[in-house]
Design a protein around this ligand. Structure first.
Ligand code: NI
Length: 395
């Protein structure tokens, strides 16, 4: 009668069927109480309480509000991380759902409530089936993905040590993939996200006497126009890149040339060569306008997260396992120029991020949208997919 005696597909499906209603309750509880980066106190307490109930040993307080659980298999073997992020976004929810956010201006609009719940489901399944595993599963509940700071801190606090991690599996809900389907990207799947800030210093003066001033507005306009040539003329056309200026500030009045103008933007790339080229070009174009237009430019270029690179040695067995568990439900898709800090883990150990379809039939949802309503069936399906991947990779 024990499901642990069944074949893996039935064993996993049986447990998921039993725990699914509870998982939906947990998801709605987390959804109603969203917490922003490094403030996931209530969420972390809920995760800890659930792991306690299941019987999974775990540590709390890692990278402030992170939780790490450990499931040891019946036999020795490699160590696999499965990672979920827990934080919400500063968005005012407009879904009108009965379990909508109870906190003004905060919402789980990226589905990290789904992720946290899914990993708890995986914990319950793999704990029950642990005697069959050859190896160890490390469950990483990470804070502060949206602020892109949580993974960095977890790595600094040694999340890949004790026991030493061999490979890692991440996942994200994708509303543009229908629920029941899964997706993957080979190689770089998400972009490196860098940020630049430029202050163009001129000399203020009367608008009617421009020759007595150095105009930073005209200079900034020239630089921003020239930045449009970075992607089109400098980066290898086979390497995707985006340079976007998202903010510009300068001046107050129609009759005054101001002292300075600031602008800032983001650079997204999938390849290191494109990243290096873009940074060098931005610095050079600023230097050129400095020389040509007498301004002085302060350029700060901050390298954020690297590209998330999917490793075939984790991707292939995961996709095969999902297909064995759920059928022909996995499709390849194009990379995205979005970014996420699981990329930092992918730099350290072979990693793969699985896309879990969360699109509700008849809706056209987007992540980070105030009306986002993922199809909750993606939780049980995600638990099945990830649990099977872990079982097959640790067999
Ligand atoms: Ni997200």
């Amino acid at each position: 009668m024990s499901s642990t005696l069944n074949d893996p597909q039935t064993a996993i499906a049986d447990i998921v069927k039993r725990i699914e209603p509870h998982l939906v309750e947990i998801r709605r509880d987390i959804h109603a109480h969203p917490e922003l980066a490094f403030e996931e106190v209530r969420t972390a307490a809920l995760v800890s309480r659930e792991l306690e109930r299941i019987g999974v040993k775990h540590e709390t307080g890692i990278a402030k509000t992170g939780v790490v659980g450990l499931i040891e298999g019946g036999r020795p073997g490699p160590v696999l991380v499965i990672r979920a992020d827990m934080d919400a976004l500063p968005i005012h929810e407009q879904t009108g759902l009965p379990f909508a956010s109870t906190i003004d201006g905060k919402m789980h609009a990226c589905g990290h409530d789904i992720h946290t719940t899914t990993l708890l489901g995986v914990a319950e399944v793999l704990h029950a089936l642990a005697p069959r595993l050859a190896g160890t599963v490390k469950l990483v509940f990470q804070p502060a993905e949206e602020a892109i700071g949580g993974m960095k801190e977890m790595l600094a606090e040694g999340v890949l040590d004790n026991p030493k991690v061999d490979f890692a599996l991440g996942f994200h809900n994708h509303p543009n993939t229908p629920v029941g389907q899964f997706d993957f990207t080979r190689g770089p799947g998400l972009a490196a996200a860098d940020r630049f800030d430029v202050t163009v210093h001129g000399i203020s003066g009367h608008a009617a006497a421009p020759h007595g001033a150095v105009d930073p507005i005209v200079a900034a306009a020239h630089i921003i126009t020239q930045l449009q040539s970075v992607v089109s003329r400098e980066v290898n056309p086979l390497h995707p890149a985006v340079v976007t200026v998202g903010a510009i500030k300068g001046g107050e009045a129609a009759n005054i040339i101001p002292d300075s103008v600031t602008f800032r933007g983001t650079v997204r790339t999938l390849h290191d060569a494109a990243r290096d080229t873009a940074e060098a070009a931005i610095r050079r174009l600023c230097a050129g306008v400095e020389a040509g237009m007498r301004v002085r430019c302060e350029v700060s270029y901050h390298r954020g997260v690297p590209p998330l690179v999917n490793d075939d040695t984790v991707l292939d067995p995961t996709i095969a396992a999902v297909r064995r568990q759920l059928g022909e439900v996995v499709n390849e898709r194009e990379p995205s120029m979005g970014a996420e800090d699981f990329a930092l883990m992918s730099q350290r150990v072979p990693s793969f991020q699985l896309g879990i379809g969360s699109g509700t039939p008849g809706r056209d949802d987007r992540l980070h949208n105030s009306g986002y309503q993922p199809d909750e069936a993606c939780i049980g399906l995600g638990v099945q997919a990830l649990s099977r991947a872990a079982m097959d990779m640790l067999s």
